[in-house]
Design a protein around this ligand. Structure first.
Ligand SMILES: Cc1cc2nc3c(=O)[nH]c(=O)nc-3n(C[C@H](O)[C@H](O)[C@H](O)COP(=O)(O)OP(=O)(O)OC[C@H]3O[C@@H](n4cnc5c(N)ncnc54)[C@H](O)[C@@H]3O)c2cc1C
Ligand SMILES: C[S@@+](CC[C@H](N)C(=O)[O-])C[C@H]1O[C@@H](n2cnc3c(N)ncnc32)[C@H](O)[C@@H]1O
Length: 683
């Protein structure tokens, strides 16, 4: 962290990683201790058994999870993620239950956890290696958790373990503040709530912040009758806090040598329901959740594809429509660069670009594993990217505030080696190790293999919301009129969304042309080795089998991609030689040594033009339309669809199904189709 940030009150938003000390416990084993609070994270001898006893059994998770209905989502909130042991134990239980209860195939577990002093990955790896030895049954969960563990920056990091129908939202920052950001009233759909709380702060005597009134007030706000809580602590502050905020508490036998622990439940006094704590719960009482079956998504660009993916992963059947074909619009470039627009770190927790970029990088890397299984091309080629900071809103001093695994500045020499540039002054730069090139075609292929997603060609002409349903009318490929009736519709038709429903803002339309050519062998060795960003961007890629379905390329050949032009209010998608020149000029102006390498004659270049859709405040549009029960939209991804669509799709699916979104209430308001800024049309 720079000195400037330490002096600024804003530094409070900057994450301080935990400092791990190791101590020998009374059984002679090494245990991790928090340097900040001087307390142990868990007991080596029986930490896992204690977790199972206190948090799993005393929230009755084995019974409650086993009784979930199809598509039902059960939400756990944890105070203090620490080493993740509670998550690992819960995950293991959930997988066991899903293996033995077929009706859980579409049920979901949502684990929301908070951590103010997250453990650095290297320490966590060492700590969890202990558990891997001691409890080998956890090994299967430790590996994917470590692979998904985010860089330690503030905000919500959504980790999706879709094979297990498990979503983990890791809110890094102070727990009370993070909980206050969870939005309840998304729409006129069901209101989300927490089913079970794991209160796992260090002892109140070491750290009172996790037992403060502000925490109990948030627990009350986010709970509802039948929500339970469990904690190993029986301290007076804990008992009083829970009681004053609507929980009925009960002391029960603690784990091992500990005499007692606390369980708690919110009782439904209004209904005269005074279930005593720890009595068996009636699973039928937990049916306040959305139960729709089918959604139509209009538009099969990256927005529509990812929306379909998020809904299908929640058990919803999706009909994905496009007037021509998947990726026919702006999303169908040969490759998309996954790179964030950066911001000073004290804004990062509310910065959609950073949070979205990290989420996308995780998702695409995860999908790469599916691609390996299916023997298809990778979704994300993790090349890293070098930004020459020619048109950036951040300098090297602010980059230094970021963890290196997210963003760093390379030395001039390292930058030369990494990029292959020889003459450029590279002393100021931004290196993004998690950036890379997305293969849209490969992403689409994997999404369309989902058994609940069905693509259909249809040019939608009319959407009618009728009682309990939506009727969609359009013209199919044989020019016949076709009608589909569905529970919900999501309009992802980019700049054409406004034509489908006038309530959607009529956005700015910005034409862009991307260019590419096949370099000669001599050119190839002199071209930049990794994607570069300047006022435009360039990237080498190898064409894969299937790429030629969308664009003119030959499989297994290298190409240099150059982008892109920006032409306002132009929706024509013809290929223009002068726009090839614009992209060439951007490159050689930024990197003069490329002038002798990039051919001046662009007549053999290929190109693709698409239309970017942009709002006046540059935020996407995500949410439910005003005065509508069943019509939603996700569009206006601007120039960053591949970084923004995955997180926006998750938020949208959560809003539709009444679960907690991975974005703060403030951010959801900023994305709302009904926000004030979108009330005035563009002039
Ligand atoms: C030249 C260029 C380069 C870019 N480079 C990058 C990059 O490197 N990285 C990045 O992240 N982003 C990049 N972008 C931005 C990115 O492409 C967009 O943000 C993204 O494609 C938007 O996706 P979308 O699904 O919202 O829209 P689109 O991909 O345009 O999809 C909308 C779909 O809706 C369909 N549709 C419209 N009307 C109807 C109807 N009535 N019925 C049925 N279907 C309909 C269309 O056929 C279309 O397929 C670039 C954009 C351009 C133009
Ligand atoms: C006992 S440990 C949690 C152990 C953990 N659940 C596990 O399974 O390893 C308590 C955790 O609370 C975190 N913590 C302390 N104060 C906090 C606060 N105000 N907000 C969020 N987390 C906090 C600590 O950094 C620590 O990781």
């Amino acid at each position: 962290m720079s000195t400037a940030n330490r002096q600024n009150p804003e530094h409070l938003k900057v994450i301080t990683p935990a400092k791990i000390d190791w101590q020998t416990d009374d059984t002679g084993n090494m245990v991790p201790v928090s340097g900040e609070f001087g307390d142990v994270y868990f007991s080596h001898a029986d930490g896992l058994a204690e977790t199972r006893h206190v948090f799993l059994e005393h929230n009755q998770l084995p019974e409650r999870l086993a009784h979930l209905a199809p598509k039902q989502c059960f939400t756990i909130a944890e105070l203090g993620f620490g080493t993740g042991l509670n998550l690992l134990a819960t995950w293991q239980l959930w997988r066991q239950l899903r293996e033995t209860n077929p009706q859980l195939a579409t049920a979901r577990l949502h684990f929301i956890t908070t951590e103010k002093f997250p453990i650095p990955l290297a320490d966590l790896t060492q700590i969890l290696a202990l558990w891997g030895q001691r409890a080998p049954e956890l090994m299967a969960f430790i590996e994917p958790l470590l692979a998904a563990y985010p860089p330690l920056i503030a905000g919500c990091h959504r980790l999706s373990f879709s094979h297990d129908n498990l979503t983990v939202d890791m809110w890094l920052g102070d727990a009370a503040e993070s909980l206050s950001k969870l939005a309840l009233a998304h729409s006129n759909q069901h209101t989300p709530y927490i089913d079970a709380w794991f209160l796992d702060g260090f002892a109140p005597s070491c750290n009172s912040t996790l037992w403060a009134d502000s925490i109990f007030a948030q627990m009350q706000r986010l709970s509802r009758p039948h929500t339970t809580a469990a904690t190993y602590s029986c301290a007076g502050i804990v008992k009083r806090g829970l009681k004053q905020h609507g929980f009925q508490i009960k002391k029960v036998r603690g784990f091992g040598r500990k005499r007692e622990m606390l369980t708690a439940i919110i009782t439904n006094a209004e209904n005269g329901d005074t279930d005593s704590v720890n009595e068996g719960r009636d699973a039928k009482q937990e049916t306040t959740y959305s139960t729709f079956e089918h959604t139509v998504v209009i538009g099969a660009g990256v927005s529509g594809l990812l929306t379909a993916w998020s809904l299908a992963n929640r058990g919803i059947t999706v009909t994905l429509l496009d007037k021509s074909a998947p990726l026919a619009g702006a999303s169908g470039n040969p490759r998309a660069l996954l790179a964030p627009k950066m911001t000073p770190i004290h804004h990062v927790d509310e910065h959609l670009h950073t949070i979205g970029y990290l989420h996308s990088s995780r998702l695409y890397r995860d999908l790469n594993q599916t691609a390996v299984q299916l023997h298809t091309a990778p979704i994300l080629e993790l090349t890293g990217a070098l930004d020459l900071l020619i048109k950036a809103n951040i300098g090297t001093e602010q980059i230094a505030d970021y963890p290196d695994e997210m963003a760093t500045t390379l030395s001039h020499e390292q930058a030369q080696i990494t990029s292959g540039l020889k003459e450029q002054n590279l002393s100021d730069n931004l290196y993004l190790p998690q950036s890379g090139l997305v293969n849209p075609q490969a992403l689409k292929d994997i999404i369309l293999t989902h058994p609940l997603i069905h693509f259909q060609q249809l040019e939608v002409t009319k959407i009618n919301e009728i009682e309990q349903q939506v009727r969609i009318e359009g013209i199919d490929e044989s020019l016949n009129i076709a009608t589909i009736t569905t529970d919900n519709v999501v309009i992802c038709a980019a700049f054409e969304s406004h034509q489908l429903d006038q309530r959607i803002f009529d956005c700015r339309k910005i034409r862009g042309q991307l260019s590419w050519f096949m370099p000669s062998t001599e050119q190839l060795i002199k071209l930049p080795k990794i994607p570069l960003k300047y006022s435009g961007y360039c990237a080498l890629f190898n064409a894969q089998t299937g790429d030629n379905e969308l664009n003119t390329v030959v499989a297994d050949r290298p190409y240099l991609l150059l982008g892109a032009s920006f032409i306002r209010n132009d929706t024509n998608t013809d290929i223009r030689p002068e726009e090839h020149q614009i992209s060439r000029d951007k490159l050689i102006t930024a990197i003069p040594e490329m002038a002798s390498i990039i051919p001046a004659d662009t007549s053999l270049w290929q190109g693709r033009a698409g239309i970017r859709t942009q709002t006046p405040d540059y935020h996407p549009i995500v949410g439910q339309l005003a005065n509508s029960q069943r019509i939603w939209t996700m569009n206006a991804m601007g120039a960053k669809g591949y970084a923004l669509a995955p997180i926006c799709a998750e938020a949208l699916a959560d809003m539709m199904l009444g679960s907690f979104a991975p974005l703060s209430e403030t951010m959801l308001a900023r994305l709302s189709p009904n926000r004030t800024r979108l009330q005035t049309p563009l002039v």
